[in-house]
Ligand binder design. Structure first.
Ligand code: DX5
Ligand code: ZN
Length: 216
């Protein structure tokens, strides 16, 4: 499956978002990862629609929006209108993931489902055939710059096995503490989309780091 890097703008300089977007445009990143946190599903609050719309104005890459919010069904349309082309919601944040999947599909955009590190990957089994991507969180959602949880490799292998069995074209994304030290092992275990926040934006040469993650 094609490798994709999705730099997370949560780690960008929001005072200079346009330049950060232009850096992503120049790079080999195919997507841009946008983390929306509501202060309820996760303890942190990040940003909302005005920032997403600003990224849309300046960034030419596919908008990969990761919503860490309760009641995701309420906002599917707003995120689609704001420019999301992949919309990933948390399994834990809704009473009925199948409804959210249907709502996202109805917008004509790609749908992703995600789980935190404390949720068994088996919980995704009923939904995997109906999504374009599964995001396996490799830290607890809520903050950038956390340390990668090593047990994630095992979870990733299990998830990839389930994917091969039930929906071979389903992409697998990993998010949290991803960088040069674990990228190649993540690919080996079955991920094809790497989200990278601090490792990219704190690098001396961010486009070179994106290239390095792609070639890992
Ligand atoms: C965490 C977010 C991540 C975050 C990753 O809740 O979902 O996308 O930006 O940041 P790093 O790559 O710094 O761990
Ligand atoms: Zn994210």
């Amino acid at each position: 499956m094609e490798r994709i890097i999705s730099p997370s703008i949560l780690a960008a300089d929001f005072g200079d978002l346009k330049s950060e977007c232009e850096m992503i445009n120049r790079s080999d990143a195919r997507w841009v990862h946008i983390d929306v946190m509501d202060g309820v599903f996760v303890p942190n609050i990040s940003f909302g629609f005005p920032v997403i719309e600003a990224v849309r104005r300046h960034c030419t890459k596919l908008m990969d929006v990761h919503i860490m919010i309760v009641n995701p069904e309420k906002y599917v349309r707003r995120f689609a209108e704001a420019g999301a082309r992949m919309l990933t919601f948390h399994y834990e944040a809704t009473a009925d993931p199948a409804v959210v999947i249907r709502l996202i599909r109805a917008e004509g955009i790609k749908v992703g489902i995600t789980i935190n590190p404390d949720v068994p990957v088996d919980k995704l089994r009923p939904f995997i055939a109906d999504v374009d991507m599964v995001l396996l969180m490799t830290v607890f959602a809520g903050y950038g710059g956390q340390k990668f949880i090593p047990e994630s490799f095992e979870r990733l292998r299990a998830l990839a096995g389930m994917r091969d069995e039930l929906n071979p074209s389903c992409m697998i994304q990993v998010d949290g503490g991803v960088g040069a030290s674990n990228a190649s092992q993540l690919y080996e275990c079955g991920a094809n989309v790497l989200v990278a926040g601090s490792s990219v934006f704190n690098a001396a040469d961010p486009p070179a780091m994106i290239r390095q993650l792609l070639d890992a």
